[in-house]
Write a protein that binds this ligand. Structure first.
Ligand code: SF4
Length: 342
């Protein structure tokens, strides 16, 4: 049985036509799916006969909430969801002044092996479908009775390692008859899969690209992120420039500040040298999420301040991000791991 919520509106229209139904039934069913129905039986504006055909051919593959956590200090919410094959994923909802932002997972687990990340410790279980990605948003909007304004594909998984499903998800989320999230409100975060950044750029989408940099030199980056052994920082920056050339969208570089690892004045100066020629770059300095499985500690406040000062003097636009959800282990993969580990 096909998952009906993993189909775009056009796919639904075409398939329904081939089943002898009217194409506009595709639009109707697509709207119902995005409204958060739990079963296809809830659809009440199509004929009984048409509904029987649809119910017989398709399944609505919903994710199921296992547990919800809420940070008492900043209100960040974290959800553990079970997929139909019993894999577990996590989703985070954050409230900002401008509205709600959701961080969704694109894979169950991850195979990228970043040293500071809990999501990768058990490796990759599998890719999520586009439907499973959009269902994280549909389910949280319904559960919390809110409209989410920003989507960040930055939860467990490397979205460009699940390229086709991620692009399909962006199409699903962007559809005005569906979740209706503008492309400029969607951010894709990658650890730096260079060929896929070129491929993505050629689509000329208006989404934001966020690159996990975390180190200003190849030698240090290789120690933290295995992907750096495959693609040098030079190759990564060239791909980012290509992305900017095609889309005119700013690129954000994520930099997790790790005590005495990548937070020295020397690292800050190297970062300035690296990015000063890019007029489209923005750096996010974030305290690293401390996970029990690794020894990394977040940088001391004064190291962050000195680092930020060097970037400022080098005219590198940057923000020092506050850390949300620390009470509930909001680090990517931590809760999921806590739930699956024996
Ligand atoms: S930081 Fe992202 S890409 Fe790296 S291991 Fe974790 S989930 Fe994968």
């Amino acid at each position: 049985m096909k998952d009906i919520n993993n189909m775009t509106k056009d796919e639904l229209r075409n398939e329904f036509k081939s089943l002898g139904l009217q194409a506009f039934r595709g639009n109707q069913v697509f709207k119902w799916i995005n409204s958060g129905i739990e079963s296809l039986e809830e659809i009440n504006n199509i004929s009984k006969k048409d509904k029987e055909i649809i119910v017989e051919k398709y399944r609505l593959n919903k994710i199921k909430l296992i547990k919800k956590y809420e940070d008492a200090i900043d209100g960040t919410k974290k959800y553990l969801f079970r997929l139909s094959d019993n894999n577990i994923i996590e989703t985070v909802l954050m409230k900002y002044k401008y509205g709600y932002s959701i961080c969704i997972s694109s894979q169950a687990g991850c195979r990228m092996g970043c040293d500071f990340c809990a999501s990768t410790i058990e490796g990759l279980e599998r890719n999520l479908t586009a439907g499973e990605m959009s269902d994280q948003i549909i389910t949280v909007e319904k559960l919390e009775k809110i409209r989410i304004s920003n989507i960040v594909i930055m939860g467990s998984g490397e979205p460009l390692d699940n390229y086709d499903n991620t692009i399909k998800f962006i199409n699903l989320a962007n559809d005005p008859e569906g979740l209706n999230k503008g492309q400029r409100h969607i951010t894709l975060s990658t650890c730096g899969l260079v060929p896929e950044i070129y491929k993505l750029a050629d689509l000329k989408l208006q989404i934001n690209l966020s690159v996990s940099l975390h180190a200003p030199s190849d030698s240090l980056r290789k120690k933290l992120m295995p992907i750096a052994k495959k693609y040098s920082i030079k190759e990564l920056i060239e791909a980012c420039n290509y992305y900017y050339g095609k889309t005119n969208r700013k690129i954000t570089f994520e930099y997790a500040m790790i005590n005495k690892v990548n937070d020295t004045a020397e690292c800050a100066r190297l970062l300035v040298d690296l990015l000063k020629k890019m007029d489209n770059a923005m750096v996010n300095l974030i305290p690293v999420n401390e996970i029990t499985e690794r020894e990394f500690k977040k940088s001391a406040k004064d190291s962050v301040e000195s680092f930020s000062e060097i970037l400022k003097r080098g005219n590198i636009s940057h923000t020092v991000r506050r850390k949300l959800g620390s009470e509930i282990e909001a680090a990517c993969g931590q809760l999921r791991r806590g739930h699956i580990k024996p």
